[in-house]
Design a protein around this ligand. Structure first.
Ligand code: ADP
Ligand code: ASP
Ligand code: MG
Length: 458
């Protein structure tokens, strides 16, 4: 048996019948004898399913059912473009059954004025089942229900995968079918808990699915096919001149994903690392173009490989004269965060104060109340983290100086070097983040940048 290749296609690659046909061609042209295709929902479908759910939960039953009907019709239209007026029986039956089942959920939610998380996962995970069935039927290959393999806990909406169980289920349910058929098609984003209840891995989770299944199958490669030429030096929607990064180390890629590079779900790299499986990020619109290889030996060797940003976040600054020379102060602060169940993101300390960033939805009032019992507390909302990531960051003098020079009058409110020393994070006002990225990109990747060009940026 040769190791299979996992090919994951995102919603951007499968928005229309034409794009699906193109994906089918890419799969056929892959050349590997064994392929697992992991598919996202057709572009925009997951958002639309969430919108149906929100309408139902606010008792807008008619509007939610109309939207659902339109969505199902979109799948029938794509099917008709692929197969002609008569859809394959299995496809037609599944779309009909989905419409019925999801309508019932939406009606129930409209009556209740609420949509339980468990039902929400069933609803929003349907896009992947529909798109993958269309592709499997078009390719005439087996369609695998990922819920049979991708075992998770019952944390609906953000389920945590159970890798050991996924491995044994993949060996039992998936590998024999791939070995027999060559190509199989399954879904990203969805799984099921031990009771069989459908779960989802959180938004953008199809990348994570691909890598979990790739690890379980001991794949030769995990390919993430999207609509850009791999991981770029910055988000191209903010910095249009961003350019592809040819190679990245696992740490660099994980850091970029964690700091907001939407091209990869933050957990994508984890399953691949231990098994040393290369992850490539490729453009389905330009399959012969450039792409990124992420691997153990692939560290870029650059001081700054790429930039990313994440927000909004809030900054809590806790100040007390007692911190000066005192011990146990930080422990007391973190204990409050622990008790409130808030995960601490960036931390930066001075002699008498500590600044901590938290997600915007953290219980800021509760935290501030508890902390103000023993310290002065300042809360700043609407901030963003801008991160510079690079494998040689720690060994290169002057990166921080260059960053500050580039940002000029943009106020940096907090600065933090990641513990693994490959990221330098700056906190700025949220509205300043795009301009901060543009200025940093010009400084580190622009034609006049001395730092990266010395090392030959891609
Ligand atoms: P898919 O539907 O294939 O999962 P996503 O929309 O989730 O695609 O991710 C791809 C998008 O991520 C790109 O179109 C791009 O706009 C955005 N993006 C943000 N940061 C980066 C980056 N550093 N490199 C590449 N793309 C990025
Ligand atoms: N379709 C899901 C989403 O839109 C998962 C994914 O595309 O990765 O979030
Ligand atoms: Mg994505």
């Amino acid at each position: 048996m040769s190791a299979p290749v996992v090919m994951k296609f995102g919603g951007s690659s499968v928005a229309t019948a034409e794009r699906l046909r193109h994906v089918a061609e890419l799969v056929r042209a892959q050349g590997s004898p064994e392929i697992l295709v992991v598919l996202s929902a057709l572009g925009g479908v997951t958002d639309a399913l969430f919108a149906c759910g929100r309408l139902a939960a606010t008792r807008e039953q008619a509007a939610s059912l109309t939207q659902l009907k339109e969505l199902m019709e979109r799948h029938r239209d794509v099917g008709r473009e692929l197969f002609g007026p008569n859809l394959p029986r299995k496809v037609e039956a599944f779309i009909d059954a989905s419409e019925k089942e999801l309508s019932e959920i939406l009606c129930g939610a409209s009556l209740l004025g609420a949509l339980p998380e468990r039902s929400l996962d069933l609803l929003v995970g349907r896009g992947e089942l529909l798109s993958s069935l269309l592709l499997a039927a078009y390719l005439e290959v087996p369609w695998i229900d990922a819920r049979v393999v991708l075992r998770t806990d019952s944390h609906f909406g953000q389920a945590r995968p159970l890798p050991d169980e996924i491995r044994s289920l993949a060996l039992r349910e998936l590998l024999p079918k791939i070995e027999a058929g060559g190509i199989c098609v399954t879904q990203g984003y969805i799984g099921a808990d031990a009771s069989g209840a459908p779960t989802t891995l959180g938004r953008g989770g199809s990348d994570f699915s691909a890598s979990l299944l790739g690890a379980a199958l001991r794949a030769a490669e995990i390919q993430i096919w999207t609509d850009v030429e791999g991981v770029l030096t910055c988000d191209p929607r903010i910095v249009p001149e961003a350019r592809p990064v040819e190679q990245l180390g696992y740490d660099e890629a994980a850091e970029l994903a964690a700091f907001g590079a939407k091209v990869l779900h933050p957990a994508t790299i984890l399953p691949a690392v231990e098994l040393d499986i290369p992850v490539t990020v490729r453009n389905s619109l330009l399959p012969d173009g450039r792409y990124t290889v992420i691997s153990r030996s692939g560290a870029s060797g650059r001081p700054v490989t790429a930039l990313a940003s994440r927000g909004p976040v809030s900054v809590l600054t806790v100040k007390s004269a007692r911190m000066l020379g005192g011990s146990g102060f930080l422990a007391r602060i973190f204990e409050v965060f622990g008790r409130q169940g808030v995960s601490v993101d960036l931390v930066s300390t001075s002699e008498v104060s500590v600044s901590i960033t938290v997600e915007a939805n953290a219980p800021l009032e509760d935290l501030a109340r508890e902390l103000s019992a023993f310290a002065e507390v300042r809360v700043e909302r609407e901030r963003a983290v801008v991160a510079l990531v690079g494998e040689q960051l720690r060994r290169t003098a002057g990166v921080a100086g260059m960053a500050f020079g580039a940002l000029r009058d943009l106020n940096v409110e907090m600065i933090s070097m990641g513990a693994n020393e490959i990221n330098l994070s700056l906190v700025v006002r949220r509205e300043d983040a795009p301009e901060a990225l543009r200025r940093l990109h010009r400084a580190f990747f622009g034609p006049e940048s001395g730092l990266n060009s010395k090392r030959g940026a891609a």
